[in-house]
Design a protein around this ligand. Structure first.
Ligand code: FES
Length: 346
């Protein structure tokens, strides 16, 4: 049990407990006499055994506790790295356990061996201290802080390091749960400059493969069957003397050479809700989306003339190489499919 020393602080005067008058005198209340009183204060001296730390070798205990914190720092950092690299739950559990194990170990060692070992007990007494008792207590408290509760800079820094890393690492799941960054995938398809137009079997398409009014679905060779790359190639007409289908006036300059030999290609991904625009009416030269009946005018840059689609189908610029194969001049110049971002051609 506690070793409690009855420390009698000599303020002045008698040796009995203060009555109300004396307390008032000690508290400096208006009208109180300046007579000082003798107040017994139960206290523990700073050199009492309770205030000694338990460690026989404090330096060694400090190193051991610091090792725990450093181990925690390594564990938490390892957890962050494992999470970032998508390691298995096994490694997440191991590193997290090492982190918290080290943290707990360090705190236990610190508390058990480097703090006043106590125990401290005090018999119940009046909870309201007099002014004089307060002063004695403050004096005692201040003196204790200088003796046993030492500042331990190394431990504080090591604990701060472990806690700091833990704080950063705990933010990882929130960041990761947002999913991978989309990069350019929202704006680009697999079509690139020079991509061959191939059908679903991988066969390259060349001039003469389609009759006038014919159409087929084409892909770039490295994304055959790709949902975002699917493109409708249509042989709209015999070419005019220029060799190219004439674009509408607003695209006269940009798209002058995009539709060689009467062939033209548009994205099949409907700009309404993303269904494949898989139907083509030869007589009216319109593409039809079967989902909600959006109708796109092939001779007018695939502008929607009916239905809920809000914008034209993107056009793939074509050219014919020396061997007669269709190839892409470049990728689509705008994102395909339904859009939620601002578009230049709206
Ligand atoms: S998805 Fe094409 S019209 Fe709705």
């Amino acid at each position: 049990m506690a070793t409690k020393t009855a420390r009698v602080e000599t303020i002045t005067g008698s040796s009995h407990m203060p009555d109300d008058t004396e307390a008032a005198a000690g508290s400096g209340e208006p009208g109180a006499s300046p007579r000082r009183v003798r107040i017994p204060v139960a206290s523990v001296r700073a050199d009492a055994p309770q205030f000694q730390i338990a460690a026989k070798n404090p330096r060694r205990a400090e190193i051991v506790a610091g090792s725990g914190f450093l181990m925690a720092a390594v564990g938490f950092a390892g957890f962050g790295a494992a999470y970032w690299q998508n390691y298995s739950n096994f490694w997440l559990a191991i590193t997290f356990s090492v982190g918290f194990g080290g943290l707990g170990y360090g705190m236990v060692i610190w508390g058990k061996y480097l703090m006043p070992r106590g125990p401290f007990s005090e018999s119940r007494h009046s909870l309201a201290p007099t002014q004089a008792q307060r002063e004695v207590f403050i004096e005692d408290f201040a003196s204790r802080g200088k003796v046993a509760v030492e500042r331990r800079g190394f431990l504080v820094k090591a604990l701060g390091l472990a806690s700091g890393i833990l704080g950063v690492v705990l933010a990882f799941p929130f960041i990761r749960s947002l999913g991978p960054l989309p990069g350019k995938t929202l704006r680009q398809t697999a079509w690139r400059r020079g991509s061959y137009l191939v059908d679903i079997t991988g066969r390259r398409i060349k001039t003469g493969d389609l009759e006038v009014g014919g159409f087929t679905t084409v892909f770039p060779p490295d994304d055959i069957g790709g949902a975002y790359s699917q493109t409708m190639l249509i042989r709209v007409d015999t070419p005019p003397a220029s060799g190219y289908l004439t674009p509408p006036p607003q695209f006269a300059k940009q798209r002058a050479t995009w539709a060689p030999q009467g062939y033209i290609a548009f994205s099949k991904v409907c700009t309404h809700a993303g269904c494949p625009v898989g139907l083509y009416q030869e007589l009216t030269k319109k593409m039809l989306c079967p989902c909600h009946q959006s109708l796109f005018d092939v001779t007018d840059a695939a502008i929607p003339i009916f239905g809920p689609a809000p914008r034209p189908l993107p056009q793939l610029p074509l050219y014919i190489d020396d061997d007669g194969y269709f190839r892409a001049q470049d990728g689509y110049d705008e994102p395909v499919g339904p859009g939620y971002w601002e578009r230049g051609n709206d």
